[in-house]
Design a protein around this ligand. Structure first.
Ligand code: NAP
Length: 479
């Protein structure tokens, strides 16, 4: 691990700092070994970070978009220059297979590059006036201090996806990463320091008192917005806590993605897409397929080809470049996955492959057939390498099953019929739809969900709007 990138502390007002002497351990989920101990920041450091971000806000908002863009471009270049080191840190603390970690570094950097450009295009409007003596102008201004709370499953990209648009338009930022994966965030902060953001513009607080730190951010009148990626439960908590200060919120929450295979689908392509969208990060992504919904007529063919592809996956320590299924993040995650499998089998599910935890830290890629809507894994986010398969016999039935969930993040389906493609895409109650495609994330498109999967969009031209206020100016008495 490149120790030059690891400062083991929070980064506030341009300095590496902490609350006291207390530390917490960061462990490798592939073997439970400690890889570093980090100073445990808490409420005190959170308050310092708020003060620092607020102090820096006025000055940073006055930088031209081009000046801000130059520093973001430098940060992007540094992230890419350190791809190998960042990927290694990420794999060691999150378990993600090393090739996926490298992919995440590039994906994460792509947001920095994109918003470095997009910040220059945060245009306002000139509106045709309703009277002869007035002129109506709309300008866009940075919201102010933003807090970004991020999860362990994308320790880098979930940070850059929030930080880049915020900084590009002149907001300042406080990042609170998950305590499982603080090292990638620390490395990113180090590179941000090297890129030259002025003190207080970029702040990172690392610590285990997430409830206390979260409450401090929510209660503060100086923090104008919270951008959160994580579970629906914590998203709801942050929303209710933010009501007192009426903060703006972007919420990227949990999912329960359906993957429908129609009878006219290209089955080979569907299997390719299924592997990509189910088993990335060992099934621990918000857009991982949670439910396969397969037409009766192609159920056997899809299941047998899927089984063959699953049997080729290699499970093990993510540092091995041939591995595509790493460990799960924690023992709790293993227990939860086991309980979902047990519940499905008890309620009539048929185990097609897998079903067991291996060597304490891993869970076998698993397929379960004969699934019904009463099972836990049909209703709740699995977040593990388990693929349940439903059968259906009409388009209406497929749509009914797909939409029968509180979530609405990603969805996927495979069909060669253009009319069906339009109809189904329009009927799916989701923020994102992959049509004959299992990989949909990119910086150029709006990422986000509806229903209990959250609100707001990240990436694309839409993502920048979440960090801007609209101001209407009326020039009167013009002769
Ligand atoms: P989580 O438990 O909600 O944690 C997410 C972040 O919130 C972490 O930084 C966590 O800190 C912090 N947190 C926990 N309790 C808090 C509190 N009371 N107040 C303030 N912050 C608090 O979620 P997770 O288990 O890490 O991540 C998995 C979830 O994220 C899944 O549901 C997944 O679908 C979702 N996700 C969604 C997207 C999306 O774009 N929609 C992307 C990735 C993941 P600590 O870890 O330090 O406690």
């Amino acid at each position: 691990m490149n120790k030059n990138l690891i400062f083991r502390k929070s980064y506030v007002d341009g300095n590496w700092t902490t609350d006291g002497k207390k530390t917490f351990k960061v462990t490798n989920p592939a073997n439970g070994k400690t890889i570093a101990s980090v100073y445990d920041g808490g409420i005190k450091i959170t308050k310092k970070a708020i003060k620092s971000a607020n102090k820096a806000s006025n000055n940073w908002s006055k930088y031209t978009a081009k000046e801000r863009s130059k520093i973001l471009e430098k940060w992007n270049d540094l992230i890419l220059e350190y791809t190998e080191s960042l990927a290694e840190i990420m794999t060691l603390e999150s378990g993600k297979p090393i090739n996926e970690s490298k992919g995440e570094v590039e994906y994460g950097a792509s947001f920095v590059k994109w918003f470095a450009e997009e910040g220059k295009r945060a245009y306002g409007d000139v509106i045709p006036s309703h009277t002869k003596s007035q002129r109506v102008i709309v300008i866009k201004q940075p919201i102010g201090v933003v807090a970004a709370i991020t999860p362990w499953n994308f320790p880098l990209a979930m940070i850059t996806r929030k930080v880049a648009p915020a900084l590009a338009v002149g907001c300042t930022i406080i990042i609170k990463p998950a305590d499982e994966t603080p090292l990638t965030a620390i490395a990113l902060a180090h590179l941000a320091d090297k890129a030259g953001f002025p003190p207080g513009v970029f702040n990172l607080i690392v610590g285990t008192d997430s409830a206390g730190m979260g409450k401090t951010l929510c209660d503060s009148n100086l923090v104008k917005k919270i951008s959160f990626t994580g579970s629906t439960e914590i998203g709801q908590l942050l929303m209710s806590r933010s009501s007192k200060t009426l903060k703006k919120l972007s919420l990227e929450l949990g999912g329960n993605a359906p993957f429908i295979v129609f009878e006219d689908a290209d089955i080979e392509k569907a299997v390719e897409g299924a592997i990509l969208s189910k088993f990335r990060n060992s099934g621990q992504t918000c857009i991982c397929v949670n439910r396969f919904i397969v037409h009766n007529k192609v159920y056997d063919e899809f299941t047998s080809k899927f089984l063959l592809a699953v049997s080729e996956l290699k499970m093990g320590d993510g540092m091995d470049k041939n591995v595509n299924i790493g460990p799960l993040i924690s023992q709790e995650a293993i227990k939860k996955t086991e309980s979902f499998v047990k519940d499905a089998l008890k309620n009539g599910g048929k185990l097609i492959t897998g079903g067991n935890s291996i060597d304490k830290y891993f869970f076998e890629p698993t397929i379960i057939g004969n699934v019904n809507l009463e099972m836990k894994l049909a209703k709740e986010e699995i977040f593990g390498p388990v693929a349940p398969i439903f059968k259906f016999s009409s388009d209406k039935e497929a749509i009914d099953i797909a939409n029968d969930t509180i979530y609405g993040l990603a969805s996927y389906f495979y069909s060669k019929d253009i009319n069906r493609c339009w109809n189904i895409a329009e009927k799916l109650q989701y923020g994102m739809v992959g049509i004959n495609e299992g990989l949909i994330s990119t910086e150029v498109a709006p990422f986000g969900g509806i229903k209990s999967s959250g609100q707001g969009r990240e990436g694309s031209k839409y993502g920048i709007e979440d960090y801007l206020e609209i101001k209407y100016m009326c020039f009167g008495n013009i002769k």
